[in-house]
Design a protein around this ligand. Sequence first.
Ligand SMILES: NC(=O)C1=CN([C@@H]2O[C@H](COP(=O)(O)OP(=O)(O)OC[C@H]3O[C@@H](n4cnc5c(N)ncnc54)[C@H](O)[C@@H]3O)[C@@H](O)[C@H]2O)C=CC1
Ligand SMILES: CC(=O)C(=O)O
Length: 316
Amino acid sequence: MGKKVTVVGAGFYGSTTAQRLAEYDVFDTVVITDIVEGKPAGLALDLNQSRAIEGFETKVVGVTTGPNGEGYEAIEGSDVVVITAGLPRKPGMSRMDLLETNAKIVRQVAENVAKYAPSAVVIVVSNPLDEMTALAQIATQFPKNRVLGQAGMLDTARFSNFVAEALNVPVASVRTLTLGSHGDTMVPVPSKSTVNGKPLRDAMPAEQIEELVVKTRNGGAEVVALLKTGSAYYAPSAAAARMAKAVAEDSGEVMPVCAWVDGEYGISGVYLGVEAEIGAEGVKRVVETDLDADERASLLAAAEAVRAKQSDISSM
Ligand SMILES: NC(=O)C1=CN([C@@H]2O[C@H](COP(=O)(O)OP(=O)(O)OC[C@H]3O[C@@H](n4cnc5c(N)ncnc54)[C@H](O)[C@@H]3O)[C@@H](O)[C@H]2O)C=CC1
Ligand SMILES: CC(=O)C(=O)O
């Protein structure tokens, strides 16, 4: 049987994710859905017309879904579902300002995913990310390893890009890592960051690293402020699409993702940004990394901040 992926939400994030997934040519079918009449079908038509130029065989199917789950039969048999449905931030808003509105949307979507694609791995991207990931697991009642969130890949890519630009080196020579939340308690990890295999801390002064850490934490807000409407989608869709590909290929790649943490770092019972091995069952294993005392303390603080918010989620 060929692989099938569904992207829920045909806005900026969803449509660019669908495009990347189709162009990988590892899925037989990419389904894209939205509540807006005609938009998913129009995007599918357009993407399919690029197949002869880009050289991929994946078929894209666009479906408009209704308030009572109409149309969701189209997602049956999906191996992966990426949930991008929800409002993006406006300039000046925090991701947390989206909580109540997006919780209603993500719950409705997740309940339909549970009904129509009960074996899927769910990758959540809707904001606020850590909370929406926890909510999707509650609403689907899927095993916790089969529900994960995208944030760490993006935040790490931003950190790497800022380091490469600051040092004027190829981005491929830079390795960085971010853990923690996709918000104020994000934890960029300089101790695990390298340039050409050498510690970042040998490549630039501590004050400059701290500036880039702050810039990484504000990476999303900086894009929102420039765009005026909507939020980032090129780098975010690259991250979510890579995660979906790792699931489809059962690759076992280690990626920073929002995963259920159960004992690692002495933290339990919370969805949090950590490194994890990704495969057909979603998270195969959370990978614990050695951290400096400061970084470990920041990760524990992030876990408690996210836990406090996630405990409000079950009633939403
Ligand atoms: N985790 C991350 O790193 C990132 C998360 N995001 C988040 O992703 C979400 C989507 O962002 P964009 O695509 O830029 O926004 P957008 O406004 O372009 O698209 C959102 C789409 O969701 C659709 N939608 C709303 N309710 C729906 C439902 N019940 N079922 C299906 N579709 C529904 C809307 O009609 C719209 O087309 C936002 O919450 C944003 O904050 C964005 C970038 C990075
Ligand atoms: C929107 C968002 O979460 C970001 O760009 O990081």
